[in-house]
Ligand binder design. Structure first.
Ligand code: ASP
Length: 333
């Protein structure tokens, strides 16, 4: 038990009625006031921003990453809670996990029901997150997502339900811990590659796009992303990672121009795999796309973003992406 810093970024947990719909506008102190702070825990609030998470930019996410590192420079801090909109929580949490080089936990949470809802889920989620961030048992587990009584590893976890309270899961894995009756029961340790160094503070931020394949899709939108200056693209293919010969040719052309291409799938669960040709993952991989295992679109894009931010060299970017994915062939950063 000890000192936890809550970094407040907005989301439904900080949302109030605006006359036509809900939007984040509350400060972190108002959000914290809804939750029962566990015995023995002291809390300090950092108000970073208050926005709906669909509006977050790379600049905002890097500000959050730096804020976490600044807070952890204080050895008196035992853990961090980030309150965040659920829509893109999986992206920010994974970005932080890729660069998290500290045994102390960073715990993301939020809510499906707004700040002042009488039966809201925010107060319980925030209390569970405070408990998780201050528990000795969560040291070394990296960045976690605490929601509806469970703690999930950032890597692989996605928003799986638009409205229900159990909004998050790793469809290809299992939770890390249960948070129940005021206790955190750790079930397993997540697999995490060595963290990447913090991205440089200065410099222009790269464009990294997501393009989805579907019946009748041609490479027009993929090519448009390249023309728009994308330095990386996450291609969301069908099935185990399949598209068309035309898309495979477009991937090859983009890779030869230095664009980092990651291959993921529209399917919720299971890895992408090199099985099919004639535009399938066999050909997309041969064209230079990097298969992203069980990462889904938002997190595949974040892995590409981190690699692109970390180096200007296309070969090095590919190596860093493979490292971020946990590939053993690129074990050192
Ligand atoms: N619109 C919200 C967001 O900021 C949704 C939520 O927080 O649950 O992501």
């Amino acid at each position: 038990m000890g000192q936890v810093v809550v970094i407040s970024t907005g989301g439904t947990i900080a949302s109030r009625w605006q006359g036509s719909g809900f939007a984040a506008d509350a400060r972190g102190g108002d959000v914290l006031a809804t939750a029962a702070v566990p015995d023995g825990v002291t809390v300090r609030v950092v108000d970073l921003m208050s926005v709906n998470s669909a509006r977050l930019t790379t600049r905002d996410q890097l500000a959050l990453l730096r804020a976490v590192h600044e807070v952890l420079a204080d050895p008196a801090v035992d853990g961090i809670v980030v309150t965040h909109g659920t829509d893109t929580l999986e992206e920010s949490a994974f970005l932080l996990d890729l660069h998290h080089d500290d045994p102390r936990p960073v715990v993301f949470t939020g809510a499906q029901r707004p700040l002042e809802a009488p039966d809201g889920d925010g107060p319980r989620n925030l209390r569970d997150a405070l408990l998780t961030a201050s528990a000795e048992a969560t040291r070394g587990l990296g960045v976690l997502v605490v929601f509806d009584g469970q703690a999930h590893a950032a890597r692989g976890t996605i928003k799986v339900r638009t409205l229900a309270a159990d909004a998050f899961a790793d469809p290809s894995g299992s939770p890390i811990a249960d948070v129940k009756d005021g206790r955190v029961l750790v079930r397993r340790r997540p697999e995490r590659p060595e963290p990447l160094p913090l991205p440089p503070a200065a410099g222009a931020l790269p464009r990294v796009d997501i393009v989805m394949h579907h019946c009748d899709a041609d490479p027009l939108l993929f090519d448009a992303a390249v023309e728009a200056g994308a330095q990386g693209i996450a291609l969301v293919a069908t099935g185990a990672g399949n598209a068309t010969p035309e898309v495979a040719a477009a991937v090859g052309a983009a890779v030869s121009r230095g664009v980092l291409v990651a291959l993921t799938t529209r399917v919720p669960e299971g890895p992408v795999a090199e099985i099919y040709t004639q535009g399938g993952a066999v050909d997309l991989a041969a064209a230079g796309a990097v298969l992203t295992g069980t990462l889904r679109a938002g997190q595949a894009r974040i892995a590409v973003l981190s690699a692109v931010l970390s180096s200007a060299d296309p070969a090095e970017r590919t190596r860093l992406l493979r490292h971020a994915l946990g590939s053993t062939e690129a074990a050192t950063v």
